[in-house]
Each structure stands twice: as C-alpha cells, then as structure tokens.
Design a protein around this ligand. Structure first.
Ligand code: AP5
Length: 218
C-alpha cells in the first residue's frame, strides 16, 4: 500500500515546509489545494477570479471547488500523496475518504502540526517563497544564503503572498478553529492522528514526521 499522508495544522504551522522535505527525501507527491488555487487565480480563469477575493480575505473556498481540484489530480493516477491544506472541513474529509476508496488507496497517517498562535503571526509575517521553484523561506528563521536569490534554483523572483497580512491571518485562524480543527477529533477517532511539535526547529520537525512514517504508520 502506498504512503498517503495528510499534513494538518493552522496557517503557518509548517505544512508546506515539511511537504517539500518529504518530496525530496521520499519522492512523495504534494497535493496542496492552496497552490492549486493560487495557480488558478494567476491563470485568470473564471474560477480563479472567483476564488481570489475569498483567499485574500482569508476565508475558505467552497468545498465543491477544492474537492473538484483534488478529484482531478487523483484521477490522473500516481501514488504516495501528501495532502497539504486539504481536507479543511468535515465534508472535505468525507469526500477524500470516498475518493481514496475509488482509487483503491487509503490515508496512512494524519500528521497534526501543533504550533501556538503567537508563533503563527511571526511565521506568516516573515514568510516569502521562490516564485520559480516554490522553496519556502523566512526573514529570520530561514533566510536565503545570498540575499535576493533562491538557494535551490537561483531565481530572484522571491514573493510574499497577498493573504500574508495581519487582517487576513485573523480570518484564516478563525476559519481554522471553526471549520478545520474538528478534523483533529475526526482523525483521532479513526485512529490515524499523530501529533508532532511544530514549534521545534525545521529539522527536528522533519525528524518527528519521519519517525511516524518509519514506524509504519503510513
Ligand atoms: P494555504 O496555501 O493552504 O495556506 P495555509 O493553510 O494558510 O498555510 P500556509 O501555506 O500559510 O502555511 P504552512 O503551514 O504551509 O507553513 P509554511 O511551511 O509556509 O491556503 C491559502 C488559502 O487558500 C486559504 O486561506 C483558503 O482561502 C484557500 N484554501 C486552500 N486550501 C483550501 C481548502 N482545502 N478548502 C478551502 N479553502 C482552501 O511555513 C510558514 C513560515 O514559517 C515560513 O516562512 C517557514 O520558513 C517558517 N517555518 C516553517 N516551519 C518552521 C519551524 N519549524 N520553525 C521556524 N520557522 C518555520
């Protein structure tokens, strides 16, 4: 059975950062609904224009849209997925379960990244990413080695996200607590929830995630 895992946690918990490590170290495929929606908005499609305003406010996009995006990816085949930022509601979690069954696959581990709210504000306000390869940086905890240039691909296209401001972050956190945090109980009850300390350093978090996967939990 292939390794399929969910990275669950509030905005800024480090889901994207750890997903990139898992791609590099284990060859898994990242399915980030946030990235898919940002791609849709920059392509200027009608759906992209509709979701842009919702994302900038920090609200969740409709279940129908994000489930459709994930369904499309899963139908393309492949195995060993990292679900990053999906599911985010109970309806999305139920839909994912059905989709995985249809594909003859299942979710191994759900990694809950625990970080306190105060840390999230400083993580989000210092974040920037490479527009070319997607590497994630932080002004203080993970600056580029050469100022203005990506360590991985050398691109100078370093960007900050439109929703990485204090106002949207408040809404994103509220959405998380109201709609996404119930998934912690949902996956606990299913028996595949694995909390890790997301406040630890990036390498230590990666080690804790690896320990879960290597214990055969996924
Ligand atoms: P999305 O793109 O999924 O954003 P998010 O969940 O808010 O998560 P982030 O990408 O902000 O944080 P992250 O946990 O990946 O942290 P990162 O690794 O970057 O969603 C954006 C929007 O799209 C949503 O608001 C919604 O509108 C929509 N959307 C997406 N999916 C949806 C869905 N399923 N349903 C409905 N709507 C959906 O790290 C953050 C910073 O911290 C970085 O600078 C990093 O360098 C630093 N950092 C990471 N780990 C550590 C560490 N251990 N120590 C110190 N610094 C660290």
């Amino acid at each position: 059975m292939a390794t399929n895992i969910i990275l669950l946690g509030p905005p800024g918990a480090g889901k994207g950062t750890q997903a990139r490590r898992l791609i590099e170290e284990r060859g898994l495929v990242q399915l980030s609904t946030g990235d898919m929606l940002r791609e849709a908005r920059s392509s200027g499609t009608e759906m992209g224009q509709r979701v842009a305003k919702v994302m900038d406010r920090g609200e969740l996009v409709t279940d129908e849209i994000v489930i459709g995006l994930i369904k499309e990816k899963l139908e393309q085949g492949g195995k060993g997925f990292i679900f990053d930022g999906f599911p985010r509601t109970l309806a999305q979690a139920d839909a994912l379960e059905d989709l995985m069954k249809e594909e003859g696959q299942e979710i191994g581990a759900v990694i809950e990244m625990r970080v306190d709210d105060a840390a999230l504000v400083s993580r989000i306000s210092g974040r920037f990413t490479c527009g070319n390869c997607g590497e994630v940086y932080h002004d203080v905890t993970k600056p580029t080695k050469v100022e203005g240039s990506c360590d991985v691909c050398g691109s100078t296209d370093l960007r900050r996200r439109a929703d990485d401001n204090e106002e949207s972050l408040k809404t994103r956190l509220m959405e998380y607590y109201k709609k996404t945090s119930p998934l912690i109980g949902y996956y606990y009850a299913k028996g595949n929830l694995h909390p890790v300390d997301g406040l630890a350093e990036i390498d230590a978090v990666a080690g804790a995630v690896a320990a879960v996967l290597d214990e055969g939990k996924a």
